[in-house]
Design a protein around this ligand. Structure first.
Ligand code: PLP
Length: 248
């Protein structure tokens, strides 16, 4: 059962909150792309969001992502609404091969061995892969990603891999009732990204993402993230409702 009306309404509410946050920050809403995080939700929910104009979808689990890609491919061509898939969850090396050629951007590159594995698979398939480095900006024990201190060296190493296009950075800030408490983390992400950009470490000007990417902000804190410079926000619950993990 899809709640296509509420999904459309939720999307339009999110878009206006994005617009308001941009206005507060003196930014253009064109600089901020909304990624609809559809993990644990059925493909019909993706279709409802597509009907409301969404193109970019984020998924955390390779198996679930693959199932949704297959569901899309099984549609008659005239029913295939445009879609770009984003891998945003921790990625195991043995699953990398399923993503190359199928996803527009891997947000969650959290180790050099993973980056090297993506490089190898992309080379094998003679293609380029767009990636972000995941940064554990708040140094949480439970989170994946490079520390702020490791990030520059990691970016230099990754920028030298010929089949990867490093396009920016991603972070998941701590879960909190008070989004203001995440502002300093978003701010340090912006500083780090500016530094990497000034050192020429990002591959930019390339479709479909011709801008430096700062992927940060979720349902609880995307407005603060936008005020601090996010160019991609990853929103799930506020679009699709709460998630049920009981079948996972
Ligand atoms: C689930 C998830 C999101 C979306 O979170 P919501 O709070 O539901 O908006 C964003 N980013 C990552 C990495 C996630 O795992």
């Amino acid at each position: 059962m899809t709640h296509s009306i509420s999904i459309a309404e939720n999307l339009s509410a999110i878009q206006s909150r994005i617009g308001a946050a941009c206005e507060r920050a003196g930014r253009s809403p064109q600089e901020v792309r909304l990624i609809a995080v559809s993990k644990t939700k059925p493909f019909s929910a993706v279709q409802a969001a597509q009907a409301a104009g969404m193109v970019d979808f984020g998924e955390n689990y390779v198996q679930e992502l693959t199932e949704k890609i297959h569901a899309w491919q099984a549609l008659p061509p005239q029913a295939q609404q445009p879609v770009r898939w984003h891998m945003i969850g921790h990625l195991q090396k043995n699953k990398v091969k399923y993503l190359i050629g199928n996803v527009a951007l891997i947000h969650s590159v959290d180790s050099l061995t993973l980056a090297e594995c993506i490089e190898k698979e992309a080379a094998k398939q003679d293609t380029l892969m767009n990636i972000l480095l995941e940064i554990n900006a708040a140094a949480e024990e439970s989170k994946w990603g490079f520390s702020l201190a490791e990030a520059m060296d990691a970016a230099r190493a990754v920028a030298s891999l010929p089949h990867l296009r490093l396009q920016g950075l991603m972070t998941s800030a701590p879960f909190t009732e008070d989004p203001e408490s995440n502002r300093p983390y978003f701010r340090s992400m912006k500083e780090l990204s500016r530094e990497m950009h000034s050192q020429g470490l990002f591959s930019l000007g390339l479709e479909p993402f011709p801008f430096p990417i700062l992927s940060m902000g979720m349902s609880g804190d995307f407005e603060v993230a936008i005020e601090e410079g996010a160019t991609m926000v990853r929103v799930g619950t506020s679009i699709f409702g709460t998630r049920d993990y009981s079948s996972k």
